[in-house]
Design a binder for this molecule. Structure first.
Ligand code: AMP
Length: 308
């Protein structure tokens, strides 16, 4: 069961209340690939990097079953660079620098060998790039999941709405759901957004977990209360990778399996924040994932005697 993942592969500079790194590998596509490859291979990556992206990082991804035929290497330009600084609550951050570099000319070409993939993860990128990938696929994947951000709502709303008509699941955070819908209530926001196209909506709420909406149903997944959160960078993409990785592994795209997928996504994101950049994602084993999923089950498991 193959999964195409489209997203950035980048360098990040990150500052949190607990420390600072000037240059660490990041990018939405990198985090999705690290998370999803725990559940399904191959991951068929589509991205663009410059001459400076480390060959060792590419090799590490390849060893995990990530195919890189769709990753363009531009010999005379630098990789995408992003820098962010987190506030004390670690749920909010300021973007300090966005250097598009190679991303400015990104015109993805889906390799022939990727055709026929059943699952497509559209990472946070311009809606026109997301649309171009959808349009190049000869057979529509069984499930298309899309991530986006406030930036695209501000500068490319029409394009974003066009892509929304073609995807099955949208993932946004609570602020973005409110911005896109113009509604304050997340329940009302979900209805407005699902009317724009996606049959399923995931609203991420940082350390407080995520909500999954479909028709009149809603499911709430907790965030795992962690003693130490070092760096939330990539948590959203890691969540997305765990979510779609689980669905691709189980080949089941029902609402009830999506509930499990949201828990798997939350569990993967809870690892991601434990170290800077994708470092924790490189270490974890299947056993670690199983143990953590057990902790999620315990977290929400309770007995109740109904009074009424
Ligand atoms: P997240 O913390 O899940 O929102 O994702 C953080 C990652 O997204 C970082 O590793 C960045 O390199 C990448 N990123 C930041 N801004 C953008 C952007 N405008 N387009 C694509 N990727 C971005």
């Amino acid at each position: 069961m193959s999964l195409i993942s489209v997203g950035t592969m980048a360098f990040d500079a990150i500052e949190t209340p607990f420390g600072k790194v000037d240059k660490i590998v990041g990018g939405s596509g990198t985090y999705v690939a690290y998370a999803a490859s725990n559940f399904v291979t191959p991951i068929q990556q589509i991205s663009i990097v410059g001459y400076d992206f480390p060959a060792e990082e590419m090799d590490l991804l390849k060893k995990r079953g990530v195919q890189l035929e769709g990753v363009e290497i531009v010999p005379d330009k630098k990789s995408f660079f992003w820098s962010g600084k987190y506030h004390n609550d670690m749920n909010t951050r300021d973007t300090l620098v966005t250097d598009l570099n190679v991303l400015a000319d990104f015109n993805p070409v889906v390799p022939e060998s990727y055709q026929g993939a059943d699952f497509l993860m559209l990472g946070n990128l311009s809606p026109s790039i997301q649309l171009s990938v959808i349009n190049q696929l000869k057979v529509r994947p069984k499930l298309i999941v899309m991530d986006t951000m406030n930036f695209w709502m501000e500068i490319a709303l029409d394009g974003l709405k066009e892509v929304l008509k073609k995807v099955d699941v949208l993932m946004v955070n609570d602020g973005e759901a409110r911005q896109l819908s113009g509604e304050v209530s997340l329940v009302k926001a979900a209805k407005v957004i699902m009317d724009m196209g996606p049959a399923f909506l995931v609203i991420k709420k940082g350390e407080h977990g995520a909500l999954l909406f479909h028709k009149n149903h809603v499911f709430s997944a907790p965030g795992l209360p962690l003693e130490e959160v070092f760096d939330p960078t990539g948590a959203g993409d890691t969540f997305a990778g765990g979510f779609i990785g689980h669905l691709a592994k189980t080949k089941d795209i029902s609402f009830s399996n999506m509930k499990t997928a949201v828990i798997v996504g939350s569990a993967m994101a809870s690892f991601c924040v434990e170290k800077f950049g994708p470092n924790r994602m490189k270490e974890i084993t299947k056993k670690d994932i199983e143990t953590r999923l057990g902790e999620f089950v315990q977290l929400v498991n309770f007995d109740i005697d109904l009074v009424a």
